[in-house]
Ligand binder design. Sequence first.
Ligand code: ADP
Length: 669
Amino acid sequence: MTLGICLPSSFSISPIPKTKGSITSSSIHRCFCRINSYDFVVVNKTNKKKLKPCKNYFLYSNSCDVKIPAAQIGAAELEDSTTKSGFKNLVWPSPDDEIPFWRREFPTWDVNSDDSVNAEKDSDLLHIVHATAEMAPIAKVGGLGDVVTGLARACITRGHKVDVMLPFYECIQRQHINNLVLISTYASYFNGDWIPTNAYRGEVSGISVIFIEPSNHFFKGQSVYGGSYNELEAYLFFSRACLEWMQVTGTQPDIIHVHEWQTGALPLLYWDMYQDLSLKKPRIVLTIHNMEHYGECSQEQLSKCGLDGSVYATEDKAVDDRTIGHNPERLSLLKGGIVYSNAVVTVSPTYLKETLCSGWLASTLLRNRDKYSGILNGIDSAMWNPATDVFLPAKFDAENFQGKNVCKHFVQRGLGLALEGTSSGSDRVPLVVCVTRLVAQKGLHLITHAIHRVDELVSSPSLSLSLHVRWLVVMVSHHLNKLYLDAACNPIRGTDVLIDVSIINAGGQMVVLGRAPDGRVQREFENLANLYNQGSGIRILLMYSEELSHMLYAAADMVLVPSMYEPCGLAQMIGMRYGAIPVVRKTGGLADTVFDIDQGSQPELANGFVFEGIDQGSLNWALDRAFSSYREKPNEWATTLQKVMKVDNSWNKTAGQYIDLYNTLRVKW
Ligand code: ADP
């Protein structure tokens, strides 16, 4: 029995021989029948009768199975269009590539060429030192790294002097640091010892970075967090080592900007120790990026950095309110940081309100209300710029987004996802991406549900049974894995059936890029990946990849952020800049940056699809609206896409609020 398929000659056909009775590509080429454009037609060899042409992807016979990966279909068209549009040197990826497309060599990431270099300089210039556990891109785990780098660069652009102090994690790739030099060797106290410590200076993305490298085991390991050392103690050491370095080098910045619990002890050390030494000038700003991580600590542990831990075990200082009356009571470095900093900022106005109303830090924040404010995070407009992004196979901007289609096809091909048809309208396949840490905060149950939903979102298929065809042909759209599996498992012997599902058009594709620090969650997602990654509509990629994240945002039609709570959220902002319409839950910074297209009272702000509940129905409501809008209103979609790409969520817009705050605190000498 022979299958007849004819495709444009430029197609390469790779039957997947894993299925039973595999068929070779040469036997395919021998077959008949030319069809319009890039569709394929199946012909019954006996009666020469053509079966319906369609743009579907899987083809099965009851005696031999062949699967034509969708990635092959449409290749010629893409090559053609990319050649015409100047992307002719593009090397199209495939899932079989030895080196996955996101691990290819990329040109140097030169983010110094900021598109805001012409921004006006401030007149009264400050020296700001950030003490932080993360910095993008060299030591980034989530948004904290992005924020430190983006804010620092925006301040530098305005003329200020900025240094970032960062642990010299063993996992930092030194080739990403320019002009790295050892600048001081000193000793910093920890647990009764003075630990020999090196301070290096280097340049990362145009920012001066001081790397603190203790000679003990702290910060060793293959990742930023989760090393085999005691993390809390390592950051207590780091907090003091930053101040000690300033002390020994006579460095007195105007502002020391600390972040999260990891550097929460620094304000305590500053006011209760280093002010009595020679550091007098700096004032301290604490930014809380996420109240969930409060740096739980015993009095004894705090004492290891040279403070008397028992002094802080009071309600108005650093005692963890949840442990009051327990034996022993615990401390919270985050709470101590709030009490001892000159100003406390959180990362969006809505999260500010939420944190004053709920959570165990609410009473501390209320007591410190006069110094507590909400400043919306931004994104770095040079690091996240689809017009210059070195990781993208094709660049684009709001005026010309042809390159976005290339990025989408590139990612689809590289991940082995089905390619959509050539015409616009009903065969458009929306690609949803979700780039996230896989932790409860991010709405894991909704991410899982979205995967099922995107996979299942189909309009009622029309099934036409046509008997007396010699072989079983099951043509299914990529999202109909279930139908395909059923048909493949239950071939109706002796009866040939054509299931024509060519009108199926409401499915979508989804790519999740995420890493789960919790083993149980990791396993759950591995199971999902095993279930879905064989099909051609869903990819669950359990890893961290900065490069792939850029490509996914560029490829995406929608970016999904279904968080249970979200202090600010950068994914929706990055998505918008890359022409992906956000589908988000209304909470924290998501509520401050995404406004529903169908519901909003201010249509000029409308830029996404928003839902409020934490249940599946609420998510469906937003996702379904996004899908139907994508398919049924392509022109409106394009207008919205253009609009969201122009929304200014950059630090250039909000860094000024930090500068104003720094100025209210600075002490003139
Ligand atoms: P959070 O800080 O809570 O992790 P944000 O949305 O504020 O969330 O920032 C997340 C940042 O981390 C974004 O830049 C996002 O692209 C990036 N990110 C998250 N997970 C991954 C991953 N697995 N691979 C690459 N980048 C990731």
